[in-house]
Design a protein around this ligand. Structure first.
Ligand SMILES: *[C@@H]1O[C@H](CO)[C@@H](O)[C@H](O)[C@H]1NC(C)=O
Length: 246
């Protein structure tokens, strides 16, 4: 059952060999590295995963991006995001170069990194479309579309062959991917953007680019050149992201 496999039992505090120089701390009698574990109540260790501390709930550790700890130390799934709630995506990673960064559409692909910027095109036709009214951030909607004004809309989907998380093109060429819009994920409110079929996404370095990583669902044969990440949702303000994404 999925729930059980996602909950991490308290770890018997094994400090890994060969880690970078870091002071060993003790949690009760158990040695640990503070970069990898959090010590709760002086005797209970929970791992730090994808750059995020997991929390204690009774005798288990959990991610608050998926669960909350209820009465009697029972873990419950947090709510999924209902229709009509625009959101942005943020990366969680043990790699500081991408941890906490927003996911952005560029070249109709979802990417992350210091050298990535959301790529938009605006049709300035006041009073209908005022380019200054857009945030130019990459904003998704749970229904599978993007928060845009372009007639016909744009959609987010992952490519069933390459795994790439992508946006459909605006306008007449919009066909490809639209039939897969919004499929294959569970979207938690201020929590995981969960790819069904895996516990993680991949950030795959764009060859030849400095700090550009493509977001890819882990359906590819080899993960070489990729690192495992989590994606979480951050609720938007209602401001539209762009007239269209390019
Ligand atoms: C978004 O980009 C448009 C140009 O397409 C610009 O006019 C507008 O001021 C930008 N919005 C923000 C919040 O920077």
């Amino acid at each position: 059952m999925a729930l059980r496999s996602l909950v991490f039992l308290a770890v018997g505090a094994i400090a890994p060999l060969g880690a970078l120089a870091e002071d060993i701390h003790f949690c009760g009698p158990a040695p640990y590295y503070p970069s990898q574990y959090t010590c709760y109540d002086g005797n209970f260790l929970c791992p730090i995963l994808y750059g995020q501390p997991t929390l204690r709930c009774g005798e288990a550790c959990y991610s608050p991006d998926m669960y909350f700890c209820g009465a009697g130390d029972q873990l419950h799934l947090i709510a999924t995001l209902g229709p009509g709630n625009p959101f942005t995506l943020q990366v969680q990673s043990s790699n500081p170069a991408i941890n906490g960064r927003p996911v952005e559409i560029s070249g109709l692909r979802f990417r992350v990194g210091a050298d990535v910027q959301t790529s938009t095109w605006c049709y300035h036709a006041p009073p209908m479309y005022d380019c200054g009214s857009y945030s130019n951030k990459t904003i998704l909607r749970p229904e599978g579309n993007l928060h845009v004004d372009v007639p016909g809309g744009q959609y987010w989907f992952f490519d069933g062959t390459t795994g790439a998380l992508r946006a459909t093109a605006a306008g007449k060429a919009a066909g490809e991917g639209r039939d897969r819009a919004g499929m294959g994920v569970i979207i938690y409110t201020e929590g995981y953007f969960w790819f069904v079929g895996s516990t993680y996404w991949l950030a795959c370095k764009e060859p030849g680019a400095a700090a550009v990583y493509n977001i890819v669902a882990p359906i590819i044969e080899s993960e070489a050149g990729c690192e495992r990440i989590k994606l979480v949702t951050v609720l938007g303000t209602g401001q539209k992201g762009a007239y269209s994404y390019t």
